[in-house]
Design a protein around this ligand. Structure first.
Ligand code: 5GP
Ligand code: MN
Length: 349
C-alpha cells in the first residue's frame, strides 16, 4: 500500500471540481521537460478516460526525445498558436497548473491563466508555491509531479481509469526527474508505483530507450566538444562550469533539448559538488545548476539569478552577455565556499 501524502481534504475538494466541470485545461511550465510533459499528458489521458473535454497547453516547444509520448500530437504549443491558446484557456471551467509554482514560469500564458475565471488546481513539487490557485497540492518532498499525479488518481479511488497511456507518461516523468532513478529516488514508494505501472502494461526498458537513446548525432558531437573544450573546474569551490554560445550551438546544428542533461554530467567527477551550465539563448542567458548533497541550488539560483527550483536542481535567467553571467557566477562562489566544501556526496532522501 502507498503511504498517504496528499491531504484527504485536498483530494475531496479536487474530486468535487472534477465531478462538477467538463471543460478542463492543463498548463505546464516554459521549455517543458519530461516531468512537465509527462504529468500533463498523464492527467490528460486520465481525464479523457473520465469523458472530460480536455486540452493541454504548453508555453513553447520542447525536446524531440519526448515527442514519442502518447498524446503529444494533441498538445497546443502556446507561442505557435496564440489565438487557439487564448481561446482554449478562456474556455476552461477547470484549470490544472502542473509542475510549476509561480505564474512567471508559464511566460506568456500567465495573463490568460491569471484572468481566467476557471477554478484552478495546482499539482506541483517545487518549494514555496505562490497562492494563485483555488486548490494547491504542493509536495516538494516528492521527486516528480508525475508521481503526484499517480498518487492523486489513486487517492480519488480511480486507479481503474489510469490507462496504459497515462501509465507511460507517469513513468516518463518519474524517470526523467530522477535522472533514471539515480537521484531523489530513495523512496521505496517510487518502486511500488513502478511495479503498479508495470502491472498496467508499460515497457519501462523501451521508455528508457525512447528517451535516452534517441538523441541527434549533433548532440553527441556537441557533448564531446563541450566537455573537451569548454568545461572549467574550480577546485577550491568543488564546482564545475560549462558554457555554450549561440555560435557554438549553430556549429553543431543545435535543436531544442540537445543540451538537456549536460549539466548533470560533471557531478560524476569526484569532489565536484556543484555543476553549472550557462547557455546563451535567443534573448536571454539560461543558467542551470545541479548539486550533490545539501548544497542548495535553489537558494543560489534565486539570490544570484532571480530563479528557483529544488535543493539539487535549479535554474535562473540573466539579461546581458554570456561573459557577464559567467563573471557574476564566478564572483558569487566565494560567499558559498563553506557550504560547497561541507556538502558531501550524501543524497537528500
Ligand atoms: P533546468 O536546469 O532543468 O532548466 O531546471 C531545473 C529546475 O529548476 C527545474 O525544477 C525548474 O523548475 C527550476 N527552474 C529552472 N529555471 C528556473 C527559473 O528561471 N525560475 C524558477 N523559479 N525556477 C527555475
Ligand atoms: Mn518536475
Amino acid at each position: 500500500m502507498l503511504n498517504k501524502i496528499i491531504a484527504e481534504s485536498n483530494i475531496q475538494k479536487a474530486k468535487k471540481f472534477i465531478d462538477k466541470y467538463d471543460k478542463m485545461v492543463i498548463v505546464t511550465h516554459i521549455s517543458p521537460d519530461g516531468d512537465a510533459i509527462g504529468s500533463s499528458l498523464a492527467l490528460y489521458h486520465f481525464l479523457l478516460e473520465l469523458g472530460k473535454l480536455v486540452n493541454v497547453v504548453v508555453p513553447n516547444d520542447f525536446a524531440g526525445f519526448l515527442k514519442w509520448m502518447p498524446g503529444v500530437k494533441d498538445l497546443i504549443i502556446g507561442n505557435k498558436n496564440e489565438t487557439l491558446t487564448a481561446e482554449t484557456i478562456e474556455s476552461a471551467e477547470l484549470l490544472f497548473c502542473l509542475d510549476f509554482n509561480t505564474l512567471s514560469r508559464i511566460d506568456q500564458l500567465a495573463p490568460f491563466v491569471s484572468k481566467s475565471t476557471a477554478k484552478k488546481i495546482m499539482i506541483d513539487h517545487h518549494p514555496y508555491p505562490d497562492n494563485f490557485c483555488n486548490l494547491t497540492i504542493s509536495h516538494p518532498e516528492i521527486s516528480s509531479t508525475s508521481e503526484l499525479i499517480f498518487r492523486f488518481i489513486c487517492r480519488m479511488g480511480m486507479f481503474e481509469s489510469l490507462n496504459i497511456s497515462c501509465a507511460e507518461c507517469i513513468y516518463t516523468g518519474m524517470m526523467t526527474d530522477t535522472g533514471a532513478f539515480t537521484y531523489n529516488s530513495n523512496s521505496p514508494a517510487i518502486y511500488y508505483i513502478i511495479s503498479e505501472l508495470l502491472n498496467k502494461g508499460i515497457d519501462k526498458d523501451a521508455i528508457y530507450s525512447k528517451v535516452y537513446n534517441n538523441y541527434t548525432s549533433g548532440r553527441i558531437r556537441l557533448q564531446g566538444y563541450v566537455f573537451y573544450e569548454k568545461m572549467q573546474i574550480f577546485k577550491e569551490y568543488k564546482t564545475a562550469l560549462i558554457t555554450l554560445t549561440i555560435n557554438e550551438q549553430n556549429r553543431f546544428q543545435y535543436t531544442k533539448g540537445d543540451a538537456e542533461g549536460f549539466v548533470n554530467i560533471p557531478l560524476s567527477i569526484e569532489n565536484v559538488v556543484l555543476s553549472a551550465f550557462i547557455r546563451e539563448d535567443e534573448n536571454v542567458i539560461r543558467i542551470s545548476l545541479r548539486s550533490k548533497g545539501q548544497f542548495p541550488c535553489n537558494e543560489f539560483a534565486s539570490s544570484i539569478f532571480g530563479g528557483g527550483g529544488h535543493l539539487n536542481a535549479a535554474g535562473g535567467e540573466f539579461y546581458g552577455k554570456l561573459e557577464e553571467a559567467v563573471a557574476l557566477f564566478e564572483k558569487s562562489l566565494p560567499a558559498y565556499k563553506e557550504q560547497l566544501l561541507l556538502s558531501g556526496s550524501k543524497q537528500k532522501k
